[in-house]
Design a protein around this ligand. Sequence first.
Ligand code: HEM
Ligand SMILES: *[C@@H]1O[C@H](CO)[C@@H](O)[C@H](O)[C@H]1NC(C)=O
Length: 259
Amino acid sequence: MHFFGSILPFTAFATAACMARFPKPHIQPWVPPGPDDSRGPCPMINTLANHGYLPHHGRNITASLIEHAFTSFLNVEAGFADPARDFAKAFGRDIFDLVDLNTPGIIQHITSLTRDDYTPEHPHLIANPLRIESLLADSDTPFLTVDSIAKTRLRLLQESKPRVLPDNEVTFTLFEAAMTLTMMSDSSPNADSNPPPSAYQGPKDRIRTWFEEERFPTEFGWRPSKRTIRLADMSPAIDAIVKSMAKQDHSGIAMKFHT
Ligand code: HEM
Ligand SMILES: *[C@@H]1O[C@H](CO)[C@@H](O)[C@H](O)[C@H]1NC(C)=O
């Protein structure tokens, strides 16, 4: 009795003092995956599982679980989880493990920013640190930009030769490039305000932590967006990346995107 009587007011006081000095939303601790935990090729979904916003074991996952993590924690609109519903339909099961997302030809594709190209012998589920270094090195500022990620996309298309990224998978790569620029920023530009290409800047230190450790880089100031990020907010970034690719595409490898 005495014990609880004395400890409770103290912890309540300590918590209140802490909240006043660091007024930030509580972010659940990062726990790396263990050998029996399932992870896939999506750095955001893996990160949510590593922080416990999706089941940490990564098994028996549904589109609704992903949608809930997106809307309740990440503060992106529900539509960002649509690919999970499309995946479940194409995969033929409503309940899947995160590793299933590495099935080629549904969402997973070649020319990834962080993962080497899939082959049946080498599925390359885990990010290649050298690939992340090259992505970061494509910009000579502390930020990834529209131009740097367009340069990266062109470089990766070249590096995958003779394999060719199928037309129907091009959109995924552009969308993922746009999300790489926006999701680690302090605020995602609002498409309604006609943001210029320069509004899209992803801090390298945060992107490195996100991609290398699949962890939310709170030590570099990352927080979930205050404004709900909409699918439409990705469009100006995608348009700008396509334009920049056209400008930088001296070998014509991405000709077909330019229309
Ligand atoms: C806010 C929502 C999301 C964000 C920020 C996000 C972020 C990303 C990024 C940046 C990549 C590129 C990684 C790379 O190229 O190496 C990626 C890849 C991927 N994402 Fe997500 N993602 C989101 C939602 C989803 C959803 C809903 C699914 C489906 C369940 C999904 C499945 C995948 C898959 C399968 C890949 C691998 C593509 C590849 O082969 O490179 N993602 N994601
Ligand atoms: C996933 O679902 C299967 C089938 O219902 C069950 O046997 C298994 O224990 C579940 N795994 C986890 C980690 O919940």
